[in-house]
Design a protein around this ligand. Structure first.
Ligand code: HEC
Length: 154
């Protein structure tokens, strides 16, 4: 009996730790309760002056020349990741991987809250983050272009 309850206690601890980990790997609630717009999100991602995504990523953007190959193809991201995981990835991917070269687009550290007048502005505001996330969840097809792209040319 005692052995069992000790095991149960250990299990409870383990699942609590797993829960905390899952909570840290995604941001499930929309920022500021805002609703994203996928059309605006696509424009942000494709825009070199705002999203800056495509110098690193390729994706289903036939109109954009010179897409990067430093990062995974964005095609199919909506199948690979949940909305909450995508939101965290855009807000601050370094919480997943501190060595990532991908910028934190909307970092929310304590400084942002204490000194709003002087804080560094995030690259994307909360609405723009929600727009980008709303767009990414629509990317449900697996990459097609990159898999047929010539290899060995990098
Ligand atoms: C400086 C290069 C860079 C920029 C700019 C960048 N990313 Fe990334 N991104 C990466 C890298 C590298 C990864 C692979 C994981 C990692 O190393 O963090 C990644 C991973 C991702 C992933 C997960 C992809 C997957 O399927 O594993 C998504 C989604 C993503 N980025 C979206 C974006 C969006 C949207 C933008 C623009 C708002 C953007 N990224 C800008 C480099 C970049």
């Amino acid at each position: 009996m005692q052995g069992l309850s000790a095991a149960g206690f250990a299990l409870a601890l383990l699942s609590a730790a797993a829960g905390a980990h899952a909570a840290g790997a995604s941001i499930d609630a929309p920022l500021d309760g805002l609703r994203g717009d996928a059309v605006r999100g696509r424009a942000i991602v494709a825009d070199r002056t705002r999203g800056l995504c495509l110098p690193c990523h390729t994706g289903p953007f036939p109109e954009v020349r010179f897409q990067g190959d430093l990062a995974p193809d964005l095609a199919g991201t909506g199948s690979r990741w949940s909305e909450g995981q995508l939101r965290l990835r855009i807000v601050d991917g370094r919480r997943l991987d501190p060595t990532s070269i991908m910028p934190a687009y909307h970092r929310s550290d304590g400084l942002e809250r204490v000194a709003p007048a002087v804080r560094g502005r995030p690259i994307l505001d909360a609405q723009q983050v929600e727009d980008v996330v709303a767009f990414l969840v629509t990317l449900r097809d697996a990459p097609s272009i990159s898999s047929t792209a010539p290899q060995g040319t990098r």
